[in-house]
Write a protein that binds this ligand. Sequence first.
Ligand SMILES: [Zn+2]
Length: 652
Amino acid sequence: MNKTFYITTPIYYVNDIPHIGHAYTTIACDVMSRYMRMRGFDTHFLTGTDEHGQKIQAAAEAKGMTPQELVDKIHVNFKELWKVLNISNDDFIRTTEPRHVRVVQAMFKKLMDQGDIYKGSYEGWYCVPCETYVSESGMGENRTCPDCGRALTMMREESYFFRASKYVPQLIEHYEKNLQGVMPRIRYNEIMSFLRGEVRDQSVSRTTLKWGIPIPGDEKHVVYVWFDALINYATAVGYLDDPETFRKYWPVVRHMVGKDIIRFHCIIWPLMLLALGINVPVSVVAHGWWTVDGEKMSKSKGNVVDPFKMAELYGADAFRYFLLREVPFGSDGDFSEAALVGRINSDLANDLGNLLNRTLQMIVSYAGGAVPQGGENDPLDAKVRALGEATLGLVDKAMETFSYDEALKHIWAFIGRGNKYIDETLPWKLHKEGQKEGQEERLDAVLHTLYEVLRLSALLVAPYIPESAEKLWKQLGLPGSPLTERLDGFRWGGGAGTKVAKAEVLFPRIDLEQWKKERKKERDARTGKLEHGTEPEHEPQIGIEGFRSVEMRVAQILKAEEIPKSKKLYKLEVDLGYEKRTICAGIKPFFKPEELTGKRVVVVANLKPAKLAGVESNGMVLAASMKDAAGTAESLALIAPASDVPLGSRVS
Ligand SMILES: [Zn+2]
């Protein structure tokens, strides 16, 4: 029977914009799947999107779409990113698919029939406008909604509960026997101490929620999103529809998650499975979080790493390699483009790229382009071979515990050994001497050894940098793809006689000075920051009559009011001395209404009226703005006369 392996990413919340965290989890799963396939495992790799919940419904309403239309449109963002990052998932599940809805309802019913789901009432702090419960830890100051800032109210509704507490002793016993059930160890300990505390029965339905899976037989309730989402892992391998596939993959399932969602995956989900009589996952593997240049990632800082952009700038392989090489899996990491460029230049271009180029050139120049038969005729050759064979084992051991960085360190130690071997054997010298002293045999053995180092390296790096590994394979003159080869089928010496192909640069070195200049230019363009010698974008020149046609006058703000529909606009009432009028101005993020009352400003008085957020605006208030790194306005200053002049005075 085939060895099997099943790995899952969490299903991503469909309304999120894909960021480095999504990319990291998915790349880690992809590397593991590719590795297991190359180890001969029948592998199933699942990812997908979580598509129910109040926020989706609200987002859809705001866009004038149905929730289904919205999720149909935006789930594609993730599919596109996985294509760009070379993700080899076997399935992509969406929680709105009928195959999933059926399983959720069946599991719910089974638990209800056996008495493990019962009716009770749920109580919590609730934001009425946002239609959502807010946890004690998630609420703002004075019990306000973190999203809209309004006061929360205590709410009580009928709800179904899952009898989680009943299965806790069984789960504790399971983890006590299975130390790898939660990885790494620090998370295992966290889960065990939580389990030994109080685990309450879990509310699994809502009547306030509309966009979700209806509960069979009681359709005013929908299944609470977490209960719905976790079940995807079982749906996808045929829990209901395909028992044979389920039997094949479920016993070997591993979930990879960020450390923030381990309680759901290591406690709630296994308790649900125990109640259903299904075995719990082999492991839940939790990884850490990324900061960017030492700071927490946030939209307002404009430092959110866009994986699409990283792949475009540096290539998907370099990005994949960096994420898994830079930090021990499970720990938090810091992302910096400078560090990424450093790794491209040193590890990829220098270590691997150079070994390939030097070796191929020597095989072409000294051996007519075909790998010599050459047996080992120096202890050094056997040493290099032994390290290669040992590396296969070391990598395997590292991958067993999801220690990607360890695996890569071993692989790169072997690649480094190859480069050192060139320095030790000096093939160009052997070539020269060979003509007079009969050193041809030695040279053959050296070229043969170097080729085998590369052939094995191509296989070892393939799960991490699949696209480059295929190029490397091709340059080595080998047929097919390293990704369909078996790592455990590798035999040292198997490359003899192969005709190599043309050497090409695998990873171009990045010129650091040039790179710094380009990044600075790009950053400045985004922020609108100007320095001597750099030019802002200019408008065409105008004559004095063009300038005079803009009627600017001094005015005073009498009142600033919010426009409910708009996040940016204030409705201002201004006094021009000769008349009062309404002007809408996009300055709400920068001022409170009371800060504006009484302020003198300069307005364009002869601008054609325009309707903004449903309000007619008659003119424009002048302001100077400076942008932040994200290119959104960061600071803003209103333009005012420096000394007192009568309202209505013309500015020229
Ligand atoms: Zn709210």
